[in-house]
Design a protein. Structure first.
Length: 182
């Protein structure tokens, strides 16, 4: 039975968590996506060239690498690809950077499969998104600022630490902590 592009869109999933990747890949396969999975950037690039996906789901942190590099390369490879960036470490700086580099949408983990599929198929923003009434906490603002400076230095922790005037290990410890919600 021949599959056509409309019935079985090709999707690239790049995430360093093999269990999460497998579960999400199976769920997307049940929704008629032809899923290719990579657990690092190098294999992600190789699979992208081989499969030429119409869709991609990219984890923001892939080991010690940035998924934003994958977003940029995929958009250079095919500017029509729809990319959703998933992360357990959401920040305004990384969300903005992901969109600037060409991601279609940005979701925080855990995201359910339907939410991811909706994001993949979204063409425009949602003007009904509510604006928070409360400002971010000081701890959250610090975390956001650290992420912004880190992005400005292409993920180089030593360079970001110098720019922030702090020791590299101190910055590393702060970055390893989970972000506060608000």
């Amino acid at each position: 039975m021949a599959s056509n592009e409309k019935d079985n869109p090709r999707l690239l999933l790049v995430d360093d968590d093999p269990i999460y990747s497998s579960v999400l890949g199976q769920a997307l396969g049940k929704r008629n996506y032809e899923v290719s999975i990579a657990h690092d950037l190098e294999n992600g690039f190789r699979l992208a060239k081989k499969t030429q996906p119409q869709y991609a789901i990219i984890d923001l942190r892939i080991g010690h690498e940035s998924g934003l590099e994958m977003v940029k390369k995929l958009k250079e490879f095919d500017d029509q690809i729809h990319i959703v960036v998933l992360t357990g470490f959401a920040s305004i700086a990384t969300a903005v950077e992901a969109i600037k580099l060409g991601a279609t949408h940005y979701l925080t983990k855990p995201a359910v499969t339907e939410e991811i599929v909706d994001a993949l198929n979204r063409k425009l923003g949602d003007e009904t998104t509510s604006v928070k009434e409360r400002p971010l906490s000081v701890r959250r603002l610090e975390w956001e600022h650290l992420q912004k400076v880190l992005m400005e230095h292409n993920g180089n922790i030593s360079a970001a630490a110098r720019a922030l005037g702090m020791h590299r290990r101190t910055l590393q410890r702060k970055l390893d902590k989970r972000p506060v919600r608000e």
